[in-house]
Ligand binder design. Structure first.
Ligand code: SF4
Ligand code: SF4
Length: 356
């Protein structure tokens, strides 16, 4: 039977709930490499409620520090509106401070792994995800126009750097296939513990809706399917209607049936919670999102010969080896290999790279 913790909390006092989560779901971290992955959808202010609140990240980092791991990394690959703005996204949200020096741009280094060929035969995953002994995922209690809720399973979509996320969105083609794709990404490396920021949640047409709700809770589990099922119930949605939960159950990753979940705390539906359409088509019909996805997918880097000093930093840093030095000593891109992660643009000391 899976367990889900529901614990009262506010942002001034998150640590108590975090301590309780570690009591209920003990992890041995001594000497281990730990990745802590908040949901950093995009560059925004913490008060917009779009990302995991920095108070939650700080409490988890401080807790993990006491458990003497060999290494801690805090990182995420932001979504379509903030590709190439990894550092900026962490700084603006306050997550950089909360990371207490453990922040890393995890989009800078990746490894190709086999994937479901129905979508793409291979995907690049941030290497730190594959190298971590323990992953602690910090999702946010939010709605999502395409998947209805964005919780524990969806948070793993950020394991993919760059515009692959946009490309996969497009390959999926419709909401149902996108739900299935999410589970395939989640299975690439299932996190060990989920601690969800439900102090302030988001309703309406998330994941960046202006409609915030005070919920006053931290949720936790070591099973993402059970946790997302509880989130769905709190939002007033029958978990079995969500295709990604059905697919996760079919894949043996857990169960959304409430009879199989032990709730530690008080489970209550949030009154009059505004859900996006259950068909999950809201984002597919959103012209701004579709335009952003398309524009990110077709961009490729180009070096300005007036500014480039041929230092080679971009060639060395490209996570998928898409760049090489041309005979005229300018970096050139293999357009088929490039995943539009914007790392070369971020790293260039001369600001010589633009994405066109
Ligand atoms: S060429 Fe630049 S944008 Fe493309 S994958 Fe390499 S680092 Fe990322
Ligand atoms: S990092 Fe910038 S300056 Fe260095 S080779 Fe690449 S484009 Fe040129």
């Amino acid at each position: 039977m899976s367990k889900v913790m529901i614990h009262p909390a506010d942002y001034e006092n998150v640590r108590q709930a975090v301590d309780r989560a570690f009591e209920l779901f003990p992890l041995e971290l001594l000497g281990k490499k730990v990745l802590i992955k908040p949901n950093v959808l995009r560059s925004s202010e913490a008060k917009e409620g779009v990302v995991t609140h920095p108070a939650v990240l700080r409490a988890v980092v401080e807790k993990v520090e006491t458990m003497k791991p060999a290494a801690i990394v805090v990182g995420d690959n932001p979504g379509v509106f903030s590709y190439g703005a990894n550092e900026e996204s962490f700084t603006k949200t306050g997550l950089m401070d909360a990371a207490r020096g453990y922040y890393q741009n995890i989009g800078n280094d990746s490894q190709k792994v086999d994937f479901n060929p129905e979508f793409m035969p291979k995907v690049s995953v941030s290497r730190v995800v594959l190298d971590a002994d323990i992953i602690i995922s910090l999702p946010k209690f939010k709605t999502h126009g395409l998947t209805v809720i964005t919780g524990a399973i969806k948070n793993s979509y950020g394991f993919l750097p760059g515009a692959q996320k946009a490309k996969l969105h497009k390959e999926a083609g419709n909401a149902e296939r996108f739900h299935e794709l999410l589970v395939d990404v989640f299975r690439l490396r299932i996190p060990d513990l989920f601690i969800m920021d439900a102090v302030v949640g988001m309703e309406g047409n998330g994941p960046a809706s202006p409609d915030l709700r005070d919920i006053g809770l931290i949720l936790a589990s070591d099973n993402a399917v059970a946790l997302d099922a509880i989130v769905a119930v709190m939002m007033g949605c029958e978990p079995g209607r969500l295709r990604f939960l059905q697919k996760a159950k079919e894949a043996g990753l857990g169960d959304y049936d409430l009879h199989t979940i032990e709730v530690i705390g008080v489970l209550k539906q949030v009154p009059d919670f505004k859900l996006p359409p259950l068909s999950g088509e809201a984002n597919l019909e959103n012209e701004i999102i579709q335009t952003a996805i398309h524009s990110r997918m077709i961009l490729r880097p180009q070096a300005d010969p007036e500014l480039c000093t041929s230092c080679g930093a971009c060639v060395d840093q490209c996570p998928v080896s898409a760049l090489s030095m041309s005979d005229d000593h300018l970096p050139q891109v293999d357009a088929d290999v490039c995943i539009t992660c914007f790392c070369c643009q971020e790293i260039c000391p001369e600001k010589a790279i633009t994405l066109r």
